[in-house]
Design a protein around this ligand. Structure first.
Ligand SMILES: NC(=O)c1ccc[n+]([C@@H]2O[C@H](COP(=O)([O-])OP(=O)(O)OC[C@H]3O[C@@H](n4cnc5c(N)ncnc54)[C@H](OP(=O)(O)O)[C@@H]3O)[C@@H](O)[C@H]2O)c1
Length: 271
């Protein structure tokens, strides 16, 4: 497959105000892509945009949007059209998840993570992917997780949303194979971001990857034409095979044990 060239394309990155999204934005700019950056926090988004403009000769357009609001995605599309932006590469990165025992976690946090990780991702893919298909070229990177490959007690709905992203992305990649529109899922493992902010949960420091390295590996894999990318440490990819060989119940017991060891069975939202 021909290497994807980032120089001169316009990439839209959701969840670009911090964490992995900001790292994707910086790395895309380093590779010469112009950017549309989307998140709810306008100030943080503008700070990321200013940093990128200082470091790279690319256009950067921050657009504030809440992708879980009823008109979040349609409003964003209308704003893109009003500003005349054509999106060549969509990076569906914005994501969130409830943590802790499902029945004692906030239903609202669970539901809004489904709206963000599933509904908004699918809606943006439908509209912007449709336009790419009409033009005969484009790219979509959907950020899932290593959580996509097995059920995860104490992150039950989060892992389920990421399983959706994995399945949806692989199907779409096959439907669009040969059309000029590339589709890839990225499956980072634990990454040093604010993902658990607002909860009591913490990540095991021995197994955390840096977002900058995850961004580099994701974009390299997409350029090569991969359908799935494992941009974290090598063991993540090996771990994604375990659920394919062990019985599902065994795997769920193991992930439950692991998450209990990390204290996620006691985790809850702060405030
Ligand atoms: N960190 C990890 O260990 C890890 C591992 C595997 C996969 N991932 C995935 O990587 C992606 C990025 O996560 P992260 O770790 O970088 O998390 P993060 O630091 O919490 O960043 C999440 C981003 O999403 C944006 N966002 C949240 N709700 C939004 C909404 N309703 N509308 C628009 N934007 C919204 C946030 O900005 P605002 O708050 O300003 O809206 C922020 O920019 C997610 O899909 C996550 O599931 C993370």
């Amino acid at each position: 497959m021909v290497m994807y060239r980032y120089r001169g394309v316009t990439a839209l990155v959701t969840g670009a105000s911090k964490g992995l999204g900001a790292a994707y934005a910086h790395e895309l700019a380093r590779r010469g892509a112009h950017l549309v950056l989307v998140a709810r926090s306008g100030d943080a988004l503008r700070r990321v945009a200013d940093e990128i403009r200082e470091a790279h000769q690319v256009d950067v357009h921050p657009v504030t949007a809440d992708l879980t609001a009823p008109d979040g995605v349609t409003g964003l599309i209308a704003e893109l059209d009003r500003r005349g932006h054509t999106v060549d590469l969509l990076v569906n990165n914005a994501g969130a998840g409830a943590v802790g025992p499902f029945l004692s976690s906030s239903l609202q946090r669970n539901v809004s993570s489904v709206e963000l990780n599933v509904t908004a991702l699918m809606s943006l893919t439908h509209v912007l992917g449709g336009r790419m298909a009409e033009r005969g070229h484009g790219g979509i990177i959907n950020v899932a997780s290593t959580a996509a490959f097995q059920s995860m007690p104490y992150q039950a709905s989060y892992a389920a949303t990421k399983a959706f992203v994995l399945s949806f992305t692989e199907s779409l990649a096959e439907e669009l194979r040969g059309t000029g529109v590339r589709v890839m899922g990225a499956h980072p493992g634990a990454t040093a971001t604010g993902f658990f902010d607002g909860t009591t949960a913490t990540m095991n420091p021995a197994f955390i990857d840096a977002p900058e390295g995850v961004a580099v590996k994701t974009l390299d894999a997409f350029a090569r034409g991969a359908v799935n990318s494992y941009p974290g440490r090598a063991v993540n990819r090996v771990a994604s095979w375990v659920p394919r060989v062990l019985p599902r119940t065994t795997v769920t017991r193991l992930t439950g044990q692991l998450n209990r060891r990390l204290g996620l069975h006691r985790a809850h939202d702060l405030g």
